[in-house]
Design a protein around this ligand. Structure first.
Ligand code: T1G
Length: 691
């Protein structure tokens, strides 16, 4: 046998164990010995049944994603599954941890599936821009029915072992001793006289399908695909399982898979899969993470309350501190109301809501933060206030406690300097609503200790956040680039574009919404206040704010909103204001196309990312992609701004930036040296070496 696959015989039941840390991916060095072992066991009279199990923390978590895009080495997963279905003795998968993608497909090749109570099973290929390519779209519907299969495959969301048993995906669930119980199960199956029916030959559940209902369900899912090919291909493949003979549906699945795996969208989404894991890594050998048993949050407003909920949702006790009992009560009441809304929506049980609320304790006394291992301030965005808070924290926090600021753009070095423990100070920039938004920018100040960064990066994953470690500059990575993306917005309007045309160029690109609709959602008064603090102006936006047009919250902003609806309606008054402002500046309006809008907004976005790389504010170009996909809705099918720059053509971007630089004279268009190098070499090279 090999190091990756071993075989034991337990009272006539062969146990095949896969051991390929960390997630038992079906790499070639697993597939080959696995195939050989199954061939031998198929013909081995001493094996009356075969159990496939995994060592380590999980059952097979899928094909080896790193192998995609390279020549396929035989045997492929599909050959292993086909072999399994020729075996005339009971085959059983013993599933613990997560059986995902090719792992679940391997299990579908077995006659039976047993699972540990805590296991989860799913086909998440759609999140990689793919569809299940090992027969999952044809076998899963045969066990769970077409509707459930469509839901699982198009969403990519795993289900629990209990649900899997309820829908017919799993035959037995065990609370403990999974392997021993599965061997017993296998022996019983071998001793039975009932015929063994491979999944491929079970058609009963499919016969139940109401095709019209299925098509309506698939059409609804297609609306949410927003330009992504994989969800549509997933639905088509499941429909084939209903309407075509097994082998034809299997062949059609293969064709759809081959098309997706070689496409830009899947390359982009696979890039993001690994990028998200890289972005949270802190350089340094074996960094010991500090123990975080209690989190203190200073400020129970929108951000502080959301941050507190994010930790409670992750099961961590939280101490919430406010300046007065009234403010504290207001904050706690808002948190309770937010949980009640989730219960009302059915996304949270009453019991879970109470469990989370029980994790909160409130105080107005800093001394009560003395037992917290991490303290995050979410107070007013003012340096003097932040420094005063950190000065007080320095006096009460226990040694080794990590002190974090939630500032969205202030200098974390300056904040750290207001304590005697700068090595324990860092930024944790959450995005609002903090209990919902995935992205967390972890700001590394000059003196921040690596183990503090590693501790917070690990904690971020525990609470379901996507962490990116960034350096100190105004706006860090996300907001600094957002400013670059929006720098031309008013010029585009003054020169003839409407807010609707600019926003449509964005939504056609794949953004959930454009900058003007986003401004109305967030509130135009926020930008107005920031501009005034920085002594900046924006002719049109300032006038809108002076007229009290703050966006959705006032029913009018760049758009009008009828009767509480969030649907933006073009407003002739705004267009008249834009024309008047243009006339004041002697600008004659002209038609502005989507291409120009992209060049004057998204090319500066990429260019600012290149400058951020050059300054070392981001360690990798892929970190910037992770920020923008998880914090600002950059379309996943385009992989983030820096990956997309490669798809768009960096030389073209440089050429167009130079064009607009010459035409407008504005520095925002000056191509960064790192971008020019990327255009020449195809790699994001910073001073220290290639990305
Ligand atoms: N292939 C290669 N590497 C993988 C991998 C995979 N499938 N899954 C994880 N890794 C690496 C990961 O990059 C990280 O590496 C380490 O393992 C730990 O992962 C034919 C075509 C299983 C829930 O999409 O969802 O099957 O950073 O940090 O948080 O139809 O990994 O340590 O160097 O995520 O405990 C379908 C992807 C593949 C599942 C565990 N399967 N993986 O989460 O650990 S396509 C998936 C996950 C396929 C077939 C199709 C998670 C996890 P490093 P981690 P975790």
């Amino acid at each position: 046998m090999s190091n990756f696959v071993s075989v034991a015989n337990e009272n006539g039941v062969a146990v095949v164990t896969i051991d390929n840390p960390p997630v038992n991916a079906l790499s070639f060095n697993v597939r080959k010995p696995l195939y050989e072992a199954l061939i031998a066991l198929r013909d081995d009279p001493a094996a009356k049944a075969i159990v496939i199990a995994c060592a380590g923390r999980t059952f097979v978590a899928g094909a080896d994603i790193t192998e995609f895009g390279k020549p396929v080495e035989q045997p492929e997963l599909r050959a292993i599954i086909a072999l399994l279905e020729t075996i005339a003795k009971p085959t059983i998968a013993a599933i613990h941890g997560t059986a995902l993608g090719g792992g679940l497909e391997l299990a579908l090749g077995c006659h039976f599936r047993n699972a540990d109570r805590g296991a989860r099973l799913g086909l998440p290929e759609v999140k990689l821009g793919l569809l299940p390519g090992g027969g999952g779209t044809v076998r899963l519907p045969r066990l769970v029915g077409a509707k459930k299969a469509l839901d699982m495959i198009v969403s990519g969301t795993p289900i629990s072992a209990g649900e899997a048993e309820a829908v017919g995906l799993v035959d037995a669930v065990f609370d403990d001793d999974l392997l021993a119980q599965t061997v017993r199960f296998a022996s019983e199956m071998a001793d039975r006289s009932e015929p063994l029916v491979p999944v491929r030959d079970r058609n009963g559940r499919l016969a139940e399908t109401d095709l019209a209902f299925f098509d309506a369900q698939a059409a609804g899912l297609a609306k949410k695909a927003r330009g992504l090919d994989a969800p549509l291909a997933c639905a088509e493949a499941v429909r084939n399982a209903i309407t075509l003979p097994f082998d034809e549906a299997l062949a059609a699945e293969r064709q759809l898979f081959v098309k997706l795996v070689s496409g830009d969208q899947s390359r982009a989404q696979r890039h993001l899969f690994f990028a998200e894991r890289e972005a949270a890594k802190v350089p340094g050998k074996d960094l010991q993470k500090r123990r975080i048993a209690r989190v203190g949050i200073i400020g129970a407003g929108t951000m502080g309350g959301g941050i507190a909920m994010a930790f409670a949702n992750g099961g961590l006790p939280v101490t919430l501190l406010e300046t007065s009992a009234e403010a504290l009560q207001r904050g706690l009441a808002t948190i309770e109301k937010n949980y009640a809304v989730s219960v009302g929506r059915g996304s949270l049980s009453e019991e879970a809501k109470q469990q989370r609320l029980d994790l909160f304790s409130g105080s107005t006394d800093y001394a009560d933060l003395g037992d917290c291992d991490l303290i995050i301030e979410a107070v007013f965005e003012d340096m003097a206030v932040k420094k005063e808070v950190f000065g007080r924290l320095d006096a009460v926090a226990k040694p080794g406690a990590i002190l974090a600021t939630n500032t969205s753009y202030l200098d974390v070095n300056a904040i750290a300097a207001s304590t005697a423990r700068p090595q324990d100070v860092l930024g944790m920039h959450f995005f609002s609503p903090a209990n919902v938004m995935k992205l967390l920018e972890i700001v590394r100040a000059e003196k921040t200790a690596p183990d503090a960064l590693a501790t917070v990066a690990d904690l971020a994953r525990r609470i379901g956040k996507v962490a990116v470690i960034v350096g100190v500059c105004h706006g860090f990575v996300g907001n600094r680039m957002l400013a670059a993306r929006g720098a031309e917005n008013e010029f585009l309007l003054l020169e003839g574009a409407t807010p609707g045309q600019v926003d449509k160029a964005f939504t056609d690109f794949g953004w959930p919404m454009g900058p003007f609709q986003m401004g109305d959602l967030a509130g135009l008064d926020i930008g107005w206040r920031n501009r005034k603090a920085l002594g900046q102006t924006a002719a049109i936006a300032d006038t809108l704010c002076e007229q009290g047009r703050f966006g959705q919250k006032t029913g009018r902003g760049w758009y009008r909103y009828g009767g509480g609806s969030r649907e933006p309606i073009g407003d002739p008054d705004v267009e008249a204001l834009i024309r008047a402002k243009a006339a004041e500046q002697g600008i004659t309006p002209r038609a502005i196309g989507a291409e120009e809008i992209v060049e004057r907004t998204l090319y500066p976005l990429v260019n600012e990312g290149a400058k951020i790389l050059e300054e070392g504010i981001a360690a990798r170009a892929s970190d910037i992609d992770v920020v923008w996909v998880n914090g600002y809705g950059f379309p996943v099918g385009k992989g983030g701004p820096m990956f997309w720059a490669g798809l768009e053509g960096a030389a073209e971007i440089v050429e167009r930036l130079e064009h607009w630089r010459a035409k407008t004279g504005r520095a925002i268009f000056e191509p960064a040296p790192v971008l020019r190098r990327f255009a020449q070499t195809g790699t994001w090279e910073v001073a220290g070496g290639a990305q």
